[in-house]
Design a protein around this ligand. Structure first.
Ligand code: ADP
Ligand code: MG
Length: 688
């Protein structure tokens, strides 16, 4: 029978492919339209002209105006990636680099990691094809080690310059030099604040470029009285907005991962208790260690009838723009590093934010329409207790890592003290850094880089961790040491402890501490057991271990294996000799030791400072007489975190120039210090 279809070939696969490309094209069209609505689009040509005319531009524009996502694309379209050169755009935060790269690859219709990629510590998502590269400022700093004039780049954009991270500040100094040496290199400094004069004055012949665009008005509410507990107040305010205010998403600023997770838990419970009459509340956390799939969730449009609440760290202050936010809750705090150059103590403290930060936070609510900002502090407090601006990180941090990098770049010690800093660090902080590097053997008596120092600089780690790894060659335990280094570099917590299963979780955790081996070896035990389980997810659940932290540890470890190879240290295992492993750790961390005084108080051996073993440590109730700690943090008290018991004679053996017998003589006697009241308990846990 003849059919109308005769002679009509229907190529199903071809049709599907066509349909797919049509869908892709229309998605791209939609994105193209979106891009045209951004404030920066209105000045695209003017901007390209300015880049053409000037070597250094300081770009100022409100958050969300399109600086980060659009400018690199404009430059690419204008031909700055011809001749195989790349455009670099630095971000102070890992999450921002990843998220923005993902967005831009989508806008350009290419696969992430191909033309558009990102590079963050321990993760390189770029390829030979990459022409637009988002990266953390720290990674660009490390690239100077391989290419001092950044030859592979035609444009370097230092984004979020107002954040003034340590790496950004160092980059300023180095880039100023490179710009002089390479007239063809374009340098863009972009900032969300209007305070651009400082940047313009710092660079030679810099030109200001403003992106016009005014945000909507924001209604600001202060509390009448100071809140006793900002966290509780934040939860209550979120629920009040959700139940009484017109539609619009909420952005709540919290100080860190733990706080965000707790808030998520509380909100779920409280909303659940309110029953089904109220609208759905979609809770979206965002912080540095959140896996990428979940990060993307914050950008998904909120379904009709529901409300989204984004629980964010400072990252949402300027780095990430989330559309649809109408309400901002600002408790007025952030977690901030500080460093006392006199005592050498570094602390991570929940600190009041600056007025500038508070303004930025409020501004997040007025991007797409009028907004409201609820400040959980009084207007008096805003006026009188808050600093105008956040102190640049360079003035409140330990500089050992940066000094090692700069010296590796060939900057002589005299030059280092004359380095062009936008705001110089305290002289004592520089001196301490040099002294620590000398003690670690990275610098010799003439303050020149040693072989050890050169090898240490290969690692994107803190010098003490790098030194611990280098020392593992001598103690033949590099295999164990890099597992420990990886676990300590994960950034998030390894263990978790749900409230309703606290006892089980604590028991599971203590299993890894059998024999009071200390927290470092416990971390190793966790890693090795997980490995034995063939990296099993189930094993993690059963042992109350965070799957994603372990995955990250494995990634980091893989990279460290590669770096070991590069500096020709063999991977050797010495798992039965815990003392060898501990000595290797001591070789890096010997400056961080403390001895038991009384009532569980520890006195730093070389600093006028006391502290307590952190309750999460396996040794928290063991009270060893002499311990080494990974870090000293100041929260409610001074706490030693990641603690291992060491023997006094190791200090004299490993760091004879740092310790003298007097420092540890009271520890050699069998008797406990009088008045400790803990002798019985501690004797059982003594060195064996
Ligand atoms: P700026 O750098 O000036 O603050 P951006 O370029 O970051 O501005 O943002 C421009 C627009 O792109 C904003 O509307 C923002 O919401 C959107 N955007 C940025 N990143 C993403 C993402 N990962 N997913 C979806 N939209 C994004
Ligand atoms: Mg930006």
């Amino acid at each position: 029978k003849a059919s109308v279809m005769d002679g009509v070939k229907f190529d199903y696969e071809k049709e599907v492919a066509l349909e797919k490309s049509r869908a892709k094209r229309s998605a791209l069209d939609a994105i193209r339209e979106e891009r045209k609505k951004l404030p920066v689009y209105a000045v695209r040509d003017k901007f390209l002209q300015a880049v053409h005319d000037h070597q250094v531009l300081v770009i100022v524009g409100e958050t969300g105006s399109g600086k980060t996502t659009q400018i690199p694309q404009y430059l690419h379209e204008a031909g700055y990636t011809k001749h195989g050169k790349m455009i670099a755009c630095t971000q102070p935060r890992r999450v921002a680099a990843m998220s923005v790269a993902a967005r831009v690859s989508q806008e350009m219709g290419v696969k992430l990691g191909h033309e558009v990629g990102y590079s963050i510590r321990f993760e390189d998502c770029t390829s030979k094809k990459t022409i637009v590269k988002y990266m953390t400022d720290g990674m660009l700093l490390r690239e100077f080690l391989a290419q001092p004039e950044l030859d592979s780049y035609s444009v370097v954009m230092v984004d979020e310059a107002h954040e003034r991270t340590l790496s950004t500040d160092i980059l300023f100094g180095l880039l100023k030099d490179v710009a002089r040496a390479r007239p063809d290199l374009k340098l863009l400094i972009s900032s969300a604040t209007l305070d651009a004069e400082k940047f313009i004055n710092f660079f030679d012949h810099a030109q200001k470029f403003e992106i016009p665009g005014r945000p909507y008005p924001v209604e600001i509410h202060f509390t009448e009285k100071a809140e006793a507990n900002y966290f509780d107040a934040a939860i209550v305010t979120t629920l009040q907005i959700h139940t009484t205010q017109p539609p619009g998403d909420i952005l709540l600023f919290l100080t860190g991962q733990e706080e965000i997770e707790t808030a998520e838990e509380h909100l779920k419970l409280r909303v659940g208790a309110l029953g089904t009459k109220i609208a759905e509340l979609i809770i979206c956390p965002i912080y540095a260690n959140l896996p990428t799939e979940i990060q993307a969730k914050i950008f998904e449009p909120t379904p009709k009838g529901a409300r989204k609440v984004v629980l964010a760290t400072n990252i949402a202050e300027t780095s990430l723009t989330i559309d649809g936010i109408k309400y901002v809750i600002d408790p007025g705090f952030c977690k901030m590093k500080s460093y006392n150059p006199r005592t050498g103590m570094e602390s991570l403290l929940v600190t009041p934010i600056s007025k500038a930060s508070a303004m930025q936070r409020a501004g997040r609510s007025g991007r797409t329409g009028p907004g409201k900002c609820f400040r959980l502090y009084t207007s008096y407090s805003f006026q009188n207790d808050m600093e105008d601006n956040t102190t640049p990180e360079i003035q409140r941090t330990n500089l050992a890592n940066v000094v090692l990098t700069l010296i590796s770049l060939g900057i002589e010690i005299e030059k280092l003290f004359q380095f062009e800093f936008m705001d110089p660090p305290p002289l004592d902080a520089l001196k301490n850094a040099v002294e620590l590097l000398c003690n670690l053997g990275a610098l010799n008596g003439h303050v020149k880089l040693t072989k050890v120092g050169r090898r240490m600089a290969e690692f994107p780690l803190d010098p003490m961790l790098s030194k611990m790894i280098i020392a593992s060659e001598k103690y033949k335990c590099s295999d164990e040491i890099i597992s420990i280094a990886a676990m300590l570099s994960v950034g998030g917590s390894i263990f978790y402890s749900p409230k309703n299963k606290k006892v089980h979780a604590d028991n599971a955790r203590m299993n890894f501490h059998t024999g009071n081996v200390g927290d470092h070896i416990a971390h190793l035990n966790v890693y090795n057991s997980w490995k034995e389980s063939n990296y099993s997810r189930q094993w993690c659940y059963e042992n109350y271990i965070q799957v994603r932290s372990m995955k990250r540890a494995k990634d980091i470890r893989d990279q460290l294996v590669g770096l070991l190879e590069r500096i020709e240290i063999e991977l050797t295992s010495n798992s039965n000799d815990l003392d060898a492993i501990k000595k290797s750790i001591t070789s890096g961390f010997f400056p961080n030791t403390a001895k038991l005084q009384k009532y569980g108080t520890y006195q730093m051996v070389k600093r006028l400072q006391t502290g307590h073993i952190h309750p999460s440590s396996g040794l928290a109730e063991v009270f060893p007489r002499l311990v080494l700690y990974h870090e000293l943090v100041l929260t409610t008290k001074e706490y030693l975190r990641q603690v291992t018991e060491i023997k006094p004679e190791w200090l004299l053996e490993i760091a004879p120039n740092f310790y003298n017998p007097k420092d540890v003589e009271d520890l050699s006697s069998k008797k406990m210090p009088r008045g400790s009241g803990l002798a019985g308990k501690s004797a059982g846990a003594g060195t064996s």
